[in-house]
Design a protein around this ligand. Structure first.
Ligand code: TYM
Length: 346
C-alpha cells in the first residue's frame, strides 16, 4: 500500500500579515494584529504590508489612500516594528501579489468564494453593485500569503475564514500541479483575548473602522481625554464585575472590556477578574481607560512625528518593497513554471 499523506512543506518559517489603509487604526487592529507582529518579529522573518490593493475593492479617495498608506506604515514603526527585521511595504509595490492572485483565481472554486461571510457583509443588500474585486478579495489575500510561502499569519478572528480558504487554495494548487509541499498550509495565529475586540457601543458587533460612530472604537491617534471619555461612556450592564471568569458568559460588554484589559496588560481574563471581580464599572472603567491611554500615548506621538517626516517612512517602504519583491518574485517564477507558462521572460 502506498502512503497517501502529502509531503509536508519543509521550507523556512516566515510570518506575513497586512492591514488595509481604509480608515483610522483602532484598538482592535492594534490588539488583534499589530501587537502580535511586534512579538513575532523576534522569532522569524516578517513581511508586513499595507493592503492598498484590498482597500480599493471599495471606493477610496486617491489622496486619502496615499496618506493612509503612510499612516499605517507609521503605525507599524511607532508600535515597535523594526524595519531591519520586518520588510514593511505597500502591497501594490510588489507586482507578484496581483499576478499570483490571477493564477490562484483559476484554482479557487466559485462555491468556495460563495461561502465567504465578509463578502456578504460588505456587499450588503446590493450584491450586484459590489466590485468584482470585493468578491475575489480572499483570493488576493491567499496570494499575499503564498507569494512569501508564509507559514504563520497573525490576524484577528474576523480573518479566520480567509485563512481557511488560503489553506484550501494552497492544498488544491499543490495537488493539481503534482507539487506536494510547494505551498505551505499557513497557520493562522488568532488566539488571545485581543483576537476579537468588540464595539464600545454594542458588545455583539466587532470594533470596526467602518462603524459610523466614532464612539464605538478607540483610535490609535485619540488623545488621553478622548480615550478616557470613550471608555467611561462604553455601554455596560448595571451589575458589578463577576467574581469568576465564567460569570462573564452572556455579558458581552463586560466580557469585551475585561478582554481588552487582559490583552493590554498581558494577563488572562481570570487574572483581571481576580483583581476587579465584585467591583462596579465605576472603578474598573477609569483603570481600563488609563491603561489604554498610557499604552497609546507614545505610539500616537511617534506616529505623529513620522507622519511629519514622510521621507523617512518612504525610505522604509521602498527598502521593504525591494526585499519583499525578491522573495515574492522567486515564488511567482516557480509557480509559473509549475503551471506551464512559457519560461522565456523570467
Ligand atoms: P483589516 O485592515 O480589516 O484589519 C487588520 C487586522 O486587524 C484585525 N482586526 C481586529 N482584531 C481584533 N478585533 C477587531 N475588532 C479587529 N478588527 C480588525 C484583522 O483581523 C486584521 O488582522 N483582509 C485583511 C488584510 C489582509 C491580510 C492579508 C491579512 C490582506 N491580505 C494577508 C493577513 C494576511 C483585512 O482586511 O484587515
Amino acid at each position: 500500500m502506498t502512503d497517501q499523506t502529502p509531503a509536508p512543506y519543509s521550507g523556512p518559517t516566515r510570518m506575513l500579515s497586512g492591514v488595509q489603509p481604509s480608515g483610522a487604526l483602532h484598538l482592535g487592529n492594534y490588539l488583534g494584529a499589530i501587537v502580535k507582529f511586534v512579538k513575532l518579529q523576534e522569532e522569524m522573518p516578517c513581511f508586513l504590508f499595507v493592503a492598498d490593493l484590498h482597500a480599493i475593492t471599495v471606493w477610496q479617495d486617491p489622496a486619502e489612500l496615499a496618506k493612509q498608506t503612510r499612516e499605517i506604515a507609521a503605525a507599524y514603526l511607532a508600535s515597535g516594528l523594526d524595519p531591519k527585521k520586518a520588510a514593511i511595504f505597500p502591497q501594490s509595490a510588489v507586482r507578484a501579489h496581483a499576478e499570483l492572485a490571477w493564477i490562484l483565481n483559476c484554482v479557487a472554486r466559485l462555491g468556495w468564494l460563495d461561502r465567504m461571510t465578509q463578502f456578504k457583509e460588505k456587499s450588503g443588500k446590493h450584491k450586484e453593485r459590489a466590485s468584482v474585486g470585493l468578491y475575489t478579495y480572499p483570493v488576493l489575500q491567499a496570494a499575499d500569503i503564498l507569494a512569501y510561502k508564509a507559514t504563520h499569519v497573525p490576524v484577528g478572528e474576523d480573518q479566520k475564514q480567509h485563512l481557511e480558504l488560503t489553506r484550501d487554495i494552497a492544498a488544491k494548487f499543490n495537488n493539481d500541479f503534482g507539487a506536494q509541499g510547494f505551498f505551505p498550509l499557513p497557520e493562522p495565529l488568532i488566539q488571545g483575548p485581543g483576537a476579537r475586540v468588540m464595539s464600545l457601543r454594542d458588545g455583539t458587533a466587532k470594533m470596526s473602522k467602518s462603524d459610523p460612530s466614532d464612539q464605538s472604537r478607540i483610535n490609535l491617534l485619540d488623545d488621553a481625554d478622548t480615550i478616557l471619555q470613550k471608555v467611561k461612556r462604553a455601554r455596560t450592564d448595571p451589575e458589578p464585575l463577576p467574581e469568576t471568569v465564567e460569570g462573564l458568559t452572556g455579558r458581552a460588554e463586560a466580557d469585551n472590556l475585561v478582554g481588552i484589559y487582559a490583552a493590554l496588560a498581558g494577563i488572562t481574563k481570570a487574572e483581571v477578574i481576580a483583581q476587579f471581580g465584585g467591583q462596579g464599572f465605576g472603578s474598573f472603567k477609569p483603570a481600563l481607560g488609563e491603561l489604554v491611554a498610557e499604552r497609546f500615548a507614545p505610539v500616537a506621538s511617534e506616529m505623529r512625528r513620522l507622519m511629519g517626516d514622510p521621507a523617512e517612512v518612504d525610505r522604509v517602504l521602498k527598502d521593504g518593497a525591494e526585499r519583499a519583491a525578491a522573495v515574492a518574485e522567486k515564488t511567482l517564477a516557480e509557480t509559473k513554471e509549475l503551471v506551464g507558462f512559457w519560461p522565456g521572460r523570467g
